[in-house]
Design a protein around this ligand. Structure first.
Ligand code: 6PG
Length: 465
């Protein structure tokens, strides 16, 4: 029975939520999962949407349940499970059918899979899906890569299920093959940086001022009503407010201080470096997660090396808010620069205003700032750099002092602010007309005769060493 408009392989947390979203938007969906009981559970709790969900027991049955031309979404863990699902589908699909990878795949894998699937006569889309379970259920932000031929037939369903910003669907076709997954990777890099800077601010209030989570929460609630308005500030306020039902203690005080990571933040940094770009704020955030996992070392080092937070260290709350705002603007700037590097390298012709628009609702980094970013990219940008737009240059000039004060005070108090301090250093580097690389060039020429340029004439020269 070919009745379903779309198929889904991978009915886990995200898959179940996306299936309900698709069903709610009027589409019948066929489902396949290695463990079929998750589909039974989903159908049992789907209520009036359950008639739109069809359980299938293997990939062949899934394909047979779909109206041609068929489209199947994969929401399986990145890596081998994606390739195995593609192998299984290729045995049963017909030319013109489309496979859509909605996981957090490495864009290079997506490029290779696009080639493989297209060579076999099928279509392929690599779609970055952001917003967690709630987003998948009620409207994710989606970043699409692939051929326009593959995208156009799928577009109506994806526009219907996407998050909306003032009525505009937060989904767009951004470029060919790996473009969507690359943009999602950089989204996650920015997500890491934002999360880390929020954690640093929380740490300053906790460790310098000895404030409880409950006492810090109202500050984040307040900030979420101003220029910092964003999903991550909102949920951080809620996390600060939460109480552990078992002990009655603040939930945050019970959670182990070791952060997990699945790799997308690290990928952003690796790709940035490969493309010759600085992602120092994102890198600091990845590094902080790595160091967080070495809990034993930190505890021994804390005992051996001691802590030196001076009594009475108090941070100005307005400075903390402004510091986070500047840090956020600078990490977005790094992220967009990496996108430009990839766009140039792969001739993707990414539209940065469009990307900012797709991120304005539904995704984890959604924030009030993204609307300003989109506007900035529509205007005239010196060197294409976000921080040089009138809006962001003004924002930085007005608030950089606060970031300096916060980083300086934290450093003097011996409290770690790796991402915030990377932000201020990057800002200072980028606005330094006469840098210090003349010394690097001198050293390189001294030990390796690598040559250098001169300010007073063209050509390559050597020093008198
Ligand atoms: C999103 C998230 C989502 C996810 C990642 C990040 O945009 O919805 O980025 O894709 O939470 O898995 O996870 P890690 O922190 O585990 O790397």
């Amino acid at each position: 029975m070919q009745t379903a408009s779309i198929g889904l392989i991978g009915v886990g947390t995200m898959g179940s939520a996306l299936a309900l979203n698709i069903a709610e938007n009027g589409h019948d969906i066929a489902l396949y999962n290695l463990d079929p009981t998750t589909i039974d559970d989903l159908i049992a709790r789907a209520g009036e949407l359950s008639p739109r969900l069809t359980k299938t027991l293997d990939v062949k049955a899934l394909v047979e349940a779909l109206k041609p031309p068929r489209a199947v979404i994969l929401l399986v863990p990145a890596g081998k499970p994606v390739d195995l699902s593609i192998d299984a589908l290729l045995e049963h699909l017909e030319p013109g059918d489309t496979i859509i990878d909605g996981g957090n795949s490495d864009y290079k894998d997506t490029q290779a899979r696009t080639k493989r699937v297209e060579a076999a006569g099928f279509r392929y889309l690599g779609v970055g899906v952001s917003g967690g379970e709630d987003g998948a259920r009620h409207g994710p932000s989606m970043m699409v890569g692939g051929s326009p031929d593959a995208w156009e037939p799928i577009r109506p369903i994806f526009e219907a299920i996407a998050a909306k910003f003032k009525g505009e669907p937060c989904v767009a076709h951004l470029g060919p093959d790996g473009a969507g997954h690359f943009v999602k990777t950089v989204h996650n890099g920015i997500e890491y940086a934002d999360m880390q800077m929020i954690a640093e601010i929380y740490g300053l209030l906790r460790d310098a001022e000895d404030r409880s989570a409950k006492d810090i929460a109202p500050l984040f609630h307040k900030w979420n009503k101003g220029p910092l308005q964003s999903y991550l500030v909102e949920i951080s306020a809620n996390v600060l407010d939460a109480v552990d039902p078992e002990t009655g203690e603040p939930m945050l005080d019970i959670i182990v201080d070791q952060a997990g990571q699945k790799g997308t933040g690290r990928w952003t940094v690796i790709e940035a470096i490969k493309m010759g770009q600085s992602a120092s704020i994102i890198e600091a955030a990845v590094g902080a997660r790595v160091l967080s996992s070495e809990r034993d070392v930190r505890q021994t080092a804390g005992e051996l090396l001691g802590s030196d937070v001076p009594e009475g260290t108090i941070f100005d709350e307005d400075d903390l808010e402004a510091a986070l705002l500047v840090g956020r603007a600078l990490s977005y700037s790094q992220g967009f620069r990496i996108l430009k590097a990839a766009s140039d390298e792969f001739s993707w012709d990414l539209k940065y205003d469009k990307i900012a628009e797709v991120w304005r609702a539904g995704c984890i980094i959604r924030s009030a700032m993204l609307d300003d970013i989109s506007k900035a990219f529509k205007g005239d940008l010196p060197h294409g750099r976000l921080i040089l737009s009138e809006h962001f240059a003004d924002l930085l000039k007005a608030n950089i002092g606060a970031l300096r004060r916060v980083v300086a005070k934290a450093t003097l108090a011996g409290l770690p602010v790796p991402a915030l301090s990377s932000a201020v250093s990057w800002y200072d580097e980028i606005r330094q007309p006469r840098g210090t690389a003349n010394m690097i060039q001198g050293q390189r020429d001294y030990f390796g005769a690598h040559g250098f340029g001169r300010l007073d004439k063209d050509g390559q020269f050597h020093g008198p060493w």
